[in-house]
Design a binder for this molecule. Sequence first.
Ligand code: SF4
Length: 696
Amino acid sequence: MARTETAPTATHCPYCSLQCGMNLRPAVGGAVAEVLERPDFPVNRGALCGKGRTAPAVLSSRVRLTGPLVRNPASGELEPAGWDEALARIADQLVRARTAHGPDAVGVFGGGGLTNEKAYALGKFARVVLSTSQIDYNGRFCMSSAAAAHQRAFGLDRGLPFPLEDIARTGCVILVGSNLAETMPPALRYLTELKENGGRLIVIDPRRTRTAEQADLHLAPRPGTDLALALGMLHLIVAQGRVDEEFVRERTSGWDEARAGSMAHWPELVERLTGVPVPQLREAVEMFCAAENAMVLTARGPEQQSKGTDTVGAWINLCLATGRAGRPLSGYGCLTGQGNGQGGREHGQKADQLPGYRKLTDPAARRHVAQVWGVDPDSLPGPGRSAYELLDALGTDVRALLVMGSNPVVSAPHAAHVEGRLRSLDFLAVADVVLSETAAMADVVLPVTQWAEETGTTTNLEGRVLLRQRAVTAPEGVRTDLEVLNGLAALLGHGKGFPADPEEVFDELRRASAGGPADYAGITYARIAAEDGVFWPCPDEEHAGTPRLFLDRFATDDGRARFVPVTHRPAAEETDREYPVVLTTGRVVAQYQSGAQTRRVDELNAAAPGPFVELHPRLAERIGVAEGDPVAVTSRRGRAVAPARITRAIRQDTVFMPFHWAGEGRANTLTNPALDPVSRMPEFKVCAVRVEAAGG
Ligand code: SF4
């Protein structure tokens, strides 16, 4: 049937990694495009959170950018310019930086919200056109610790090695540092169904969140101690003789070292480290082991730590020791956060990576990808800096930066320092849909299309590759990110190799990923549309895709999962007399990441108008603040002020701030950029602060 001007198009939400299906009806007569339910899409079955329902408001927002802006050197102001002038200015400045200081003087910063096609094209642009190693992306701040732990234990990183529907049918779920009620409400249904089916839910979170309220058991450890908690549970499992010896013998390696690590974490020590009473620890072990099948799901809580990879590793060890991995309805999974957090980390915008989740240091991978790109493998640069290290190097040996789909002024740790580094650049170009805090600092701002105005694929947290179809017409004056890269590549001497058509880019991505760990070779736009998504790996068009991984073997060389010996260590910054309280950060349901889009939606702003400091009544009393009073939170890196929100749902030694806002209440002014040694993940979840009444 021919599509009419007003016929709805099946597509997906622009925000989180659930990638809820929706139908979008184009705007008629000046109205905003309308979101309609898409009940046949299996992941969310029609349910959407407020962000998804209101996403079209950003399409027609008064503040969206509809023409390029170029900074006038005389006035210092951003002024409207034509596309030719804006692209020429960027190309000229990138060449200047490269000529004066070498190729690594040009940096590229991508985003976990970019489609697979954009992430792929951006990585290729950096390495082929700019010849720079200095590319990374904000997904490094999201789930890189889980990705590193996955690689270490299983030889492959896919957030969930099973579809979400399996969660409802397992026997017990331990949810660690995840607040689905705020981050992806439609996914709560799987936990409700789990309980309706007789399964048990354990939630581990320093706050009694709306998700924790649904748990059969809620453990509230001190932030940064979940590693000790997992080791304590493993200790009890060993002591109670509940190790699945056959599974350990047949399907794993390294158990003796991991077992020894757990024996040093006896329950009373774990109670002292975590604040979780021994009886609760025993109850959790009982629930987990009594179930025939069980899962552990982690999110940013255990991952955004300077020991995030080891913390996730400890939870994986727990699964392996009890035989809860590589079997139906059992396993470890990471609940990825960003919209294309999964696909965005597979196709080359990461500092150490080539498409298909190949390693940049692997000679065979370099040969394969170079052949697809038609370049000499030796011309490809090596691995570059991780996201925070790249931001920290701005203005020193990195002199010019191109940012696509990211707002680090709000989302990076130690944000005031990052702002200073951005200011010290010779040149900054930003492509975005609105004048984000980072775009406002740029020398050139490029207005780009939004989700519903362009076609492209994303890969959701299950590893399901999805097609976001263009549903509405973009305003005049904006271009797609692919068109931007196409135009810049041409100006920089690469008239071929950077098509603007997304399906053409995807077909090249398929070839580049063929034979790699994240193999998309058999996935086509037509298949995705017909099959409600295709799970990778999918090596050829006859292959059905792989909803469940590791059932026969793990992706390591010998097919065995690897235990990794881990041991508890304190956070990079512990509390002391000067900074006696722990700050932890996170999200609220009505805002998304740095808020660049959601802060432009009236309905969402009404629900979540600004930052706040959540604290326990005893702490509030001690510092003399009442509900709504301004609270000053000070860390070694800076000071933020936001109204008090007083609740017994948080530990007395901890305060919580959401990180979606800029300005005085910016949570990331305070956070610690201490990095995990493996994943290079900053420690967003734990830092030491002083909390005071700010009134007067
Ligand atoms: Fe679904 Fe996430 Fe979009 Fe909400 S933000 S509608 S949970 S994809």
